[in-house]
Ligand binder design. Structure first.
Ligand code: GLY
Length: 335
């Protein structure tokens, strides 16, 4: 079992990673808590016992349920069960559950404690850590949300043994990016150590830049093209799958801009392949369309495109990339 601290002053908390980590849940329940609302989904492979009476509230599967309506429904159930500021919300599930449960906790009574029990690889290495919460609007993904740090996070690796292969692959897309944020050889580590190391890398970044004033944007490595691919394929390509393609494209683009050499690009390819990730662009997509979509990325600030790119001093945010350069790199990108 590994324990990683997210150091945020009086809002600091632990992330516990390992098999049977769920046994640590009771130790994260605030003193004086009289009940907990468990926000979860049907089919989540873990049961939890926080040691106080619980009410289980299920939300639907799929992005169409990641809405303000779901948050309103949860808050009305919180009212029915009399959930107070001394009580607890538990987000039990993957990234969608921890995003929605965290957001509901952040707005109920202007903020009640939340503990996340992450059951997917995406939630363990990314979504459940760092306090980003939110829901979608018709106008776009994750447009409404809040930073609301949990009191603790549990990554029980037993949950991964039943995770469908595609979901595991999606988590691997997020995991692959951590290889390039620090240079650690994550492939040489066992599963517990590797997931705990990703949590540690994210914890360090969140501690340095909780509200994404700069450094935290590095966690979006590979995401500029990924978001465009998700939109262009109407989400046929899942987020983590798109991130893998986005990582290799970011390396190819960095090479075309003279920032890194071919060996470093090859290293990106090797890491993605070693997790069984596909890195070629889906057929039939128009590079000009993808460039247009990349221009709508939340990171864009100026006239050009904004990417997170590798370079001589490591991975950094690069603004004002000429759209023509990005399009040319897409046309020569072989995955
Ligand atoms: N998923 C990126 C972040 O938490 O900042």
């Amino acid at each position: 079992m590994k324990r990683v601290r997210v150091p945020l002053g009086e809002r600091s908390y632990d992330v516990v990673v390992g098999h049977r980590a769920v046994a640590e849940l009771a130790s994260m329940v605030p003193a004086g808590c009289r009940r907990a609302a468990i926000v979860t989904q049907a089919g989540v492979p873990l049961t939890v016992d926080p040691g106080v009476p619980v009410t289980r509230l299920e939300i639907g599967h799929g992005e169409q349920h990641k809405t303000m309506a779901t948050v309103e429904h949860l808050c009305r159930r919180f009212a029915e069960i009399g959930l107070t500021r001394h009580d607890l919300v538990i987000g039990l599930g993957g990234g969608m559950v921890t995003d929605v449960a965290g957001f509901a906790a952040s707005v109920w009574h202007r903020g009640v404690p939340v503990v996340h029990v992450a059951t997917s690889l995406v939630a363990m290495v990314d979504a459940a850590i760092g306090g980003k919460t939110g829901v979608n609007l018709v106008e776009g993904k994750n447009l409404v949300g809040a930073y609301w740090q949990p009191r603790g996070v549990i990554c029980d690796l037993d949950a991964l043994t039943t995770l469908p292969a595609r979901e595991l692959r999606c988590g691997s897309g997020e995991l692959a990016k951590y290889h390039f944020l620090t240079g650690d050889d994550l492939l040489a580590m066992d599963e517990t150590e590797r997931i705990a190391r990703c949590v540690q890398i994210k914890a360090d970044i969140v501690a340095a830049d909780e509200r994404e004033g700069g450094l935290r944007a590095l966690l979006n490595y590979g995401h500029t093209l990924a978001h465009a691919l998700e939109t262009a394929t109407d989400h046929e390509l899942a987020h983590g799958e798109a991130v893998a393609i986005g990582l290799l494209y970011a390396a190819h683009l960095a090479e075309s801009m003279g920032r890194i050499g071919a060996e470093r690009v090859e290293q990106h390819r090797r890491v993605c392949r070693s997790y069984g990730l596909r890195t070629a662009l889906p057929v039939g997509l128009d590079p000009a369309d993808l460039v247009r979509l990349m221009g709508r990325d939340k990171k864009v600030v100026g006239a050009g495109l904004t990417f997170v790119l590798d370079g001589p001093s490591g991975v950094e945010v690069v603004a004002d990339v000429d759209p023509a350069v990005a399009e040319a790199a897409l046309r020569t990108f072989r995955g």
